[in-house]
Write a protein that binds this ligand. Structure first.
Ligand code: XMP
Length: 318
């Protein structure tokens, strides 16, 4: 019978065997899977695991520093790289969703490889937080011929960098990963985080991305996510986020006319993200969030709630 404690003991022993005194590098994302995988590998080989966490400029508000702090508390050896400006430069003028994804995925690999070259020339392994559904998904989910949205990952990296893979979660499902994470002492806050796409807020800002728009959306989204948590709704939905629409509309503020952006709030219930229903959040909760966003985020004067389910809509707007 499978228990998290057994899994940890056996996996740590197997990792020690596999890796010995060689080195592992790993891209960390702040997500559940990469954090649990890194913590396991760290248990086996300590500082010979070197993590790299990139600020791509489209993370959530304060996420970069909060996540680095959690890594520090877990004792992980992680370098944070502020690459925001490079991503903004690369994204400038791009409006097509797939082009944004490719730009971010490609630049991420460049930044990661540069960091690895500078600091880990002698690494033999690449750690990855691959879990069982990823293994299946890469062969079947999007069908053999149609990719609806290309998902950002570090595919192709190990071959390019002549590294062997270390994937300690390869045979686990998400709930098992969370149980292993709890066993390893990773904070619940991190283990219960909603899924967040690799291209981040870039696919939640419709149209062109600018640092100003990122800041607007980060501020609105932060209000929404904090309110979900304080109203005990965060764990009741599968995923939630805010979308900045390329639409300005007229409003009034005191005796002034405003002409500002619209933010859409999205929350869904789902089991695996393949299908999803829009979450029936309470009206008074939505009213509270709407007021708070409009009153405190200058540049947004209208909030709408997305009541589309998947299919035929998707969870993200791009
Ligand atoms: P959709 O929008 O296709 O999203 O209904 C389903 C799930 O996948 C996430 N998603 C992504 N994750 N890179 C990612 O890492 C991407 O490009 C990407 N696009 C969508 C989305 O957040 C949801 O959880």
């Amino acid at each position: 019978n499978w228990t998290p404690a057994h899994f940890v003991t056996e996996t740590v022993a197997a990792l020690k065997q596999q890796i010995g005194d060689r080195k592992v590098i790993m891209a960390l994302s702040g997500g559940v899977d990469s954090t649990v995988a890194a913590t396991l590998i760290h248990r086996a080989i300590g500082p010979n695991l070197h993590g790299i966490f990139v600020d791509n400029g489209v993370l959530r508000k304060n996420e970069f520093y909060q996540v680095l702090e959690i890594y520090r508390q877990l004792g992980l050896n992680v370098t944070g790289i502020d690459a925001r400006q490079r991503f903004y430069d690369a994204l400038a003028g791009k409006t097509d969703p797939e082009e944004k994804r490719k730009t971010i995925g490609g630049l991420f690999i460049d930044v990661f490889q540069e960091a690895a070259k500078a600091e880990d020339r002698d690494a033999s392994f690449l750690g990855q937080g691959t879990i069982y559904p990823d293994v299946i998904e890469s062969v079947s989910v999007h069908g053999p011929s149609v990719t609806i949205k290309s998902h950002h990952n570090v595919g192709g990296l190990p071959e390019k960098m002549h590294l062997q893979l270390v994937e300690p979660l390869r045979y686990l499902f998400k709930d098992e990963v969370r149980r292993v994470g709890r066993e390893l002492g990773i904070p619940d806050d991190l283990l219960n985080r909603h899924p967040f796409p690799g291209p981040g807020l870039a696919i939640r800002i419709l149209g062109e991305i600018t640092p100003e728009k990122v800041e607007l959306l980060q501020n609105a989204d932060d209000i929404y996510v904090k309110a979900l948590k304080s109203h005990n709704l965060y764990n009741a939905v599968w995923q939630a986020g805010s979308i900045l629409l390329p639409v300005k509309s007229v409003g009034v503020m005191g005796d002034e006319r405003t002409y500002e952006f619209t933010v859409a709030l999205r929350a869904v219930t789902s089991v695996d993200g393949m299908t999803a229903d829009w979450a029936h959040l309470p009206y008074d909760f939505l009213a509270h969030v709407s007021n708070e966003i409009i009153n405190s985020v200058r540049g947004i004067n209208r909030v709408v709630y997305d009541i589309s389910s998947k299919p035929p809509a998707t969870i993200e707007w791009e």
